[in-house]
Ligand binder design. Structure first.
Ligand SMILES: *[C@@H]1O[C@H](CO)[C@@H](O)[C@H](O)[C@H]1NC(C)=O
Length: 263
């Protein structure tokens, strides 16, 4: 008498020597061979888990809606972040910082460069007082090609009024420290002065300035001095403000910094 397992082996060999055409028969034989020498399906553990590092990992053009998404830093820790998929089609932007004019004196917004850890409300996004931790900022920068600053995004979206955008290759804003240095931008607009692919003058100094342009100063390609107030600060620091600049027009006007990537 043949044992049940040896008949399974014989059936399996039979299937190899005399392959049967048609899905129905193939299925029958693969059931018989289970646990012997025939291939098994790959278990799910070999599939890579979905660990989005920035908003671009969620981006489906024409479908994605703006809002809070779950991201992962380089250490695998998850965190909530605001994603903008709409304002510049083809680019997904992740929010890094946002604050209201009335909060401009807080050290997180006045005097702490990107490369120093100064998180505030990092797990409960809001537009008036928000900054990601340094770990998240570094992780997002590593998965982004571009950066930008916007004014009043929650109420105006992005219409490129009072706006600056650059790329990390030309200007790494996370690691930059310096005073009045000419740095390349892709596009800049301050009170109607517009520049494209030129240098603008930036400041960022530990315990002194968050990243900003002082539009009271010339000296680089972009010259926004006409109509400025003396030492006018734009996109950060805000020791001297101009109500004609949209980020500092009213108490609850807001400034945003974002990191982004193209599809
Ligand atoms: C930045 O400034 C703060 C406050 O003065 C100081 O404690 C810190 O050591 C500085 N960091 C570096 C790397 O210089």
């Amino acid at each position: 008498m043949l044992s049940p397992s040896s008949s399974a082996v014989i059936l399996c060999l039979f299937a190899v020597i005399f392959p049967v055409r048609g899905d129905h028969h193939i299925d029958e034989h693969s059931v018989e061979c289970k646990g012997n020498h025939c291939p098994k399906p790959m278990p799910d553990v070999y599939q890579k888990p979905f660990r989005p590092k920035s908003c671009v990992d969620y981006y489906v053009p024409g479908k994605s809606t703006c809002g809070i998404y779950r991201l992962f830093d380089e250490h695998g820790n998850s965190y909530p972040a605001y994603c903008d998929f709409k304002s510049e089609p083809g680019t997904a932007w992740t929010l890094v910082m946002s604050w209201a004019n009335i909060n401009r004196g807080l050290p997180e917004f006045r005097q702490t460069p990107f490369k120093y850890d100064a998180p505030i409300n990092e797990n409960s996004h809001n537009w008036y007082m928000y900054r990601q931790s340094l770990k998240r900022i570094r992780s997002l920068a590593a998965h982004s090609t571009h950066w930008r600053a916007t004014c009043n995004y929650p109420s105006h979206g992005v219409d490129f009024t009072d706006y600056v955008r650059g790329n990390f290759k030309d200007f790494d804003i996370v690691n930059f420290l310096g005073s009045g240095v000419c740095k390349k931008v892709e596009h800049v607009n301050i009170r109607g002065h517009i520049g494209t692919h030129l240098t603008a003058r930036f400041w960022q100094v530990n315990d002194t300035f968050t990243l900003h342009i002082d539009s009271g100063s010339g000296g680089c390609d972009f010259d926004p001095r006409a109509g400025s107030v003396s030492s006018e600060d734009n996109f950060g620091f805000y020791l001297v403000i101009n109500p004609k600049f949209r980020c500092t027009k009213r108490k609850f006007s807001t400034t945003q910094w974002w990191f982004g990537a193209h599809l």
